[in-house]
Design a protein around this ligand. Structure first.
Ligand SMILES: Nc1ncnc2c1ncn2[C@@H]1O[C@H](COP(=O)(O)OP(=O)(O)OP(=O)(O)O)[C@@H](O)[C@H]1O
Length: 541
């Protein structure tokens, strides 16, 4: 692990003690002497003796070491060699952080992609008391770039998202600002619900700049640093608790994030498992679900794929996918197209209920509907049929897990030639995790759990799963219902009026609009493993 690696990732496939432990900060600062003894807390040595040989003269008449002469005092050394030599930092070439760095638009301030060209040591902001020194770049996305900066008034290090100089991005980010301010100030004033804090906003050379708290790496990078091996369940639980706290707040505020994915969940720092949810650039209020092409593909809910009305439940679907990925190290549904996405979902979880196929604006694109003995049958189109109908060549996509069922994938992870042997505790913990994730991956959004329901599951509370499961098996004190015939038209009766209305204004948009991370080439090949919600508060509008 390099010096930048977090101390967090503890694989779920390591042998030995895998409990998460916080190392004391001092443990990073320890030095080991060449003899191997730990010298961290020994008495400091007296200052170095003055008269070493090989010392060099410095311009002020003193003597310095050769190392100093060719490093921190290099400019002075040159000046001694050549009295005409002059050095000033202003003459340094500016180091661009933005690519491409050629100025094309906005009087040369912006590149061809309408991104502001950031340079190390330049300033963002012109108002007195609102100037930020650019230090480094932190990332970039659809909306622009994120730079690490220092607030020259408070000396605080912050992250500034510099939005592209285009009206569409500006308008969408104005929405991000109003949603975040609303959530930060009204719903989370004490900063306890794992939401990124927005500190400030200003305009710089026609670019909207959003000043955020500085966070660390995102969960995708965490998994990558762990070589795409899954994380230990205790760490997954810690992330689940925090994500549920955030999701519960969003549901209370009736805000849908619309882009929950590992890249948008950031560690606060590398020494603790605390995370925060970022990127509210696609977020909307539940009453303003105007966009239909939303969510990154791997984490896209079935109701969005099928073109149905949606609500906060789509974030719960994404969180379920994320939790499974954290445990497995690889995305659960890595669809290479929207057809491939729904195929993977159906392969693992079966058909969505009939009403979803009947009512989804896009459903007929993916499903065949036929009559057999007077009953309607719904069937996913074959890859060949879909390719012909849509005049494109669909690729089946790699299968990263040997099994199809979620239970088997989680139980057998990591796959080995011999059947893995779990302790009874680990076996029960995995059963508990499977049951938990299944509540998020409920195809029917009407049955999918809310964050507050999920918080009561034994995976979160730590209660006995066996006891919980036995209680769940007991027949409830209600009139028994008929069997769930989700493949027939009979289920349509369950469609609430709101969904029936809403699905009529869903439109179909081209696939290219969606940003989905491609699977990295270094993902292991498919066979690698053989070795009480307060819903009615509606204060935003
Ligand atoms: N506060 C922060 N601290 C540290 N890094 C950050 C911060 N905010 C964003 N980043 C980094 O910048 C990347 C892009 O940020 P963000 O997702 O907000 O941009 P975006 O343009 O909205 O991206 P997307 O294309 O996903 O919509 C993140 O994945 C993260 O790595």
């Amino acid at each position: 692990m390099d010096s930048n690696s977090p101390i967090l990732p503890l694989s779920n496939n390591n042998s030995g003690n895998r409990t998460y432990s916080r190392l004391p900060p001092s443990s990073h600062a320890r030095h080991v002497s060449s003899s191997g003894t730990n010298t961290a807390f020994t008495t400091p040595k007296p200052p170095m003796a003055k008269n070493y040989s090989y010392r060099r003269a410095s311009p002020n008449g003193s003597f310095i070491s050769p190392l100093e002469a060719v490093s921190v005092k290099l400019a002075n050394t040159y000046a001694i060699c050549n009295p005409k030599f002059q050095f000033s930092t202003e003459q340094n070439p500016r180091r661009p952080l933005t690519k491409p760095s050629e100025g094309v638009h906005n009087h040369g301030y912006d590149n061809a992609n309408h991104d502001y060209i950031l340079y190390v040591n330049d300033l963002l902001g012109t108002d007195e008391g609102r100037k930020y020194l650019i230090l480094d770049t932190l990332g970039h996305g659809t909306f622009g770039q994120v730079a690490k900066c220092q607030d020259l008034k408070t000396q605080r290090i912050v992250a500034i998202k510099v939005i592209k100089n285009k009206p569409a991005f500006y308008n969408q980010c104005v929405m991000e600002v109003s949603i975040l301010e609303f959530l930060n100030n009204r719903y989370d004033p004490d900063d306890k619900r794992h939401l990124i804090r927005l500190y400030d906003q200003f305009m710089h050379k026609n670019h909207l700049c959003l000043v955020f708290e500085l966070l660390s790496i995102n969960l995708y990078e965490l998994i990558k640093q762990n070589q795409f091996r899954g994380l230990h369940l205790s760490l997954v639980r810690s992330f689940a608790i925090q994500l549920l706290s955030c999701a519960s707040l969003l549901k209370q505020a009736r805000i849908i994030h619309c882009d929950m994915k590992p890249e948008n969940i950031l560690l606060q720092d590398l020494s603790s498992p605390n995370v925060k949810v970022i990127d509210f650039g696609s977020a909307c209020h539940e009453r303003q679900t105007v966009y239909t092409y939303i969510q990154s593909r791997f984490y896209r809910s079935p109701e969005v794929v099928l073109g149905l009305h949606y609500n906060c439940g789509i974030d719960m679907w994404s969180i379920g996918c994320i939790l499974a990925e954290l445990f497995l190290g690889l995305p659960l549904f890595p669809g290479n197209s929207e057809y491939n996405q729904i195929s993977r979902i159906v392969d693992m979880l079966g058909n969505p209920p009939a009403w979803m196929i009947e009512m989804g604006k896009n459903a007929k694109k993916y499903f065949n509907i036929s009559f057999v003995n007077g009953r309607k049958i719904y069937e996913l189109k074959s890859i060949e049929q879909f390719s012909i109908e849509n005049n494109k060549v669909e690729q089946p996509g790699k299968q990263y897990f040997g099994e199809k069922a979620l239970d088997a994938i989680i139980m057998n992870y990591p796959r080995r030639k011999t059947t893995p042997k779990h302790t009874p505790e680990e076996h029960e913990e995995r059963l508990c995790f499977i049951d938990f994730v299944k509540q998020f991956l409920e195809l029917n959004p009407l049955k999918r759990w809310s964050p507050d329901q999920a918080k009561l599951h034994p995976f979160i509370t730590g209660a006995s799963f066996t006891q919980y499961y036995m209680n769940k098996q007991k027949p409830p004190f209600v009139t028994p219902r008929t069997r769930n015939r989700s493949h027939t038209i009979g289920n349509q009766a369950m469609v609430p009026p709101s969904l029936q209305r809403a699905s009529t204004y869903v439109t179909n948009e081209p696939e290219e609009f969606v940003q989905t991370r491609p699977l990295p080439q270094y993902y292991p090949p498919a066979d690698a493993y053989t070795s009480n919600d307060n819903e009615e508060t509606d204060e935003f509008f």
